[in-house]
Design a protein around this ligand. Structure first.
Ligand code: ADP
Length: 433
């Protein structure tokens, strides 16, 4: 097994999984870590993604966390660092994309030195960059819903301007005509910009072919900063990945064993339809009522007692998922944050209890819910496996709750996944070679 080639630093948890999923689909075996691991044990993979929670913390903290991740990745022997942010370039004039990029460049090349790109484009997901402007579908970023984002409102689609506001380094542009002319032209443009004193180049991309050309032009660049799209063009730069036999599957996981369960704390539209579909399929399900939790009952213990005798017959669903009006009513009584935390706490106790009762295949719905469950299970690393639906892969994790026995976990954030996600995910896992 070779040393890891690419070391990624992702500024949030679900973004990390999205990137890891892309790397696996492009042929790289990938491990995602939750935060910077405390140990130096060598990770057996082609790529590592360190998932941070640094998107909206103060810039100095984001810099500190990202540098710690970079140092840990360097100790793993990676050849290229990939700083991953959101495909809508979520940031404020204070950062954190600019300050983190700058700190990584300083660390890798010396103060004020070095050169990197900035490219959130992912055309198949409706994110394109043209003449330095980011489009979300058919509209400019600044005309998209992102302009109203509560934490990182994006009111300017001109990424050269946005990036320049966040960094002392000079920001330039590799426009689409150079990108369309291929990797050599892109490299020439990089060289010309560097000669003009540019340290960060926003790069246009409107198609997958563009991502592949850019990927090739990035061979040997120490730092890449991008959304998850650029990842698809990077594996081609390592011939050893292209020449290894077909028997090396990037998405291979250990065989799936044990009992199956779904824990859902997402109230998104897609999750509501998935819960309904699961119930209509005739499988057992139990609703978790936040008001009963608030009344002081041990809802987790009750739920586990309900689930225990059913698990042997197939997957069960435990859900707090509710329609918007029900959620609002609960939030008015308990407060938004308190309701969320209470439900997350109960669902993560349920998830732990399920694993203690033999569940080894666990689906979790909800971004925040997933974070709480992963933490409760004490998960530090996730091996990334096959994709169930876009952006949602099966993973295999170790947990102190069942040492030596991998648990297959899929973390589905809000609106991801088809209506039959909760049933088809298990079927897909059991059909794995
Ligand atoms: P999504 O990915 O769909 O946004 P999250 O898990 O990130 O899902 O967020 C859902 C939030 O709603 C969580 O904090 C969860 O605990 C909370 N929640 C879940 N069910 C209910 C409910 N019935 N009433 C109030 N809050 C709920």
């Amino acid at each position: 097994m070779n040393r890891p080639l690419i070391g990624c630093i992702a500024d949030d948890f679900t973004g990390a999984t999205d990137l890891a999923n892309n790397l696996v689909r492009a042929g790289m075996r990938c491990v995602q870590t939750i935060g910077v691991p405390g140990d130096g044990a060598v990770v057996q993979a082609d790529a590592i993604v360190v998932a941070l929670k640094s998107r909206t913390v103060p810039a100095a903290e984001a810099v500190e966390q990202s540098l710690a991740a970079m140092r840990w990745l360097q100790a793993q022997g990676v050849q290229q660092i990939y700083f991953k942010y959101c495909s809508t370039f979520d940031s404020t004039p204070e950062g954190n994309i600019g300050p983190v990029t700058e700190a990584l460049l300083d660390a890798l090349h010396g103060p004020g030195q070095g050169f990197t790109i900035a490219c959130p484009a992912f055309p198949v997901n409706q994110r394109t960059v043209f003449k330095g402007h980011l489009f979300v579908g058919d509209v400019l970023l600044s005309d998209s819903g992102m302009r109203h984002h509560p934490l990182t409102p994006m009111t300017d689609a001109n990424l050269v301007r946005v990036m320049q506001a966040q960094t002392r380094r000079k920001v330039g542009l590799v426009a689409q005509d150079a990108v369309a002319a291929g990797p050599q032209a892109i490299r020439e443009r990089f060289a010309a910009l560097q000669a003009e004193g540019v340290g960060v180049a926003v790069v246009d991309a409107v198609s997958n072919e563009d991502l592949m050309s850019i990927g090739k032009a990035l061979a040997g660049m120490l730092l890449v900063t991008a959304g998850s799209g650029i990842a698809i063009g990077l594996p081609q730069n390592w011939p050893q990945l292209q020449t290894r036999g077909a028997e090396v599957r990037a998405d291979a996981l250990p065989p799936a064993r044990g009992l199956q369960a779904v824990v859902s704390g997402s109230c998104s539209v897609a999750t509501n339809t998935q819960v309904l579909h699961f119930k209509q399929s005739g499988r057992p399900s139990l609703a978790i009522d936040p008001l009963t939790i608030a009344a002081g009952e041990d809802v987790a213990a009750q739920a586990l007692a309900w689930a225990e005798p059913l698990l042997a017959s197939g997957p069960v669903l435990l859900y707090a998922t509710a329609e918007p009006s029900a959620v609002r009513a609960v939030q008015e009584k308990l407060g938004v944050t308190q309701a969320g935390e209470m439900v997350e706490h109960t669902l993560s106790r349920i998830a732990s209890g399920l694993v203690q009762r033999g569940v080894r295949q666990l689906l979790v719905a909800g971004g925040e819910t997933s974070g709480a469950v992963v933490q409760a299970l004490g998960v530090q690393r996730m091996a990334i496996g096959p994709q169930i639906d876009p952006g949602v892969p099966w993973t295999a994790v170790d947990t102190p709750l069942c040492p030596g026995e991998p648990v297959h976990v899929a973390l589905k954030s809000g609106n991801f996944g088809s209506t039959d996600f909760f049933t088809k995910a298990f079927a897909q896992l059991s059909s794995q070679p």
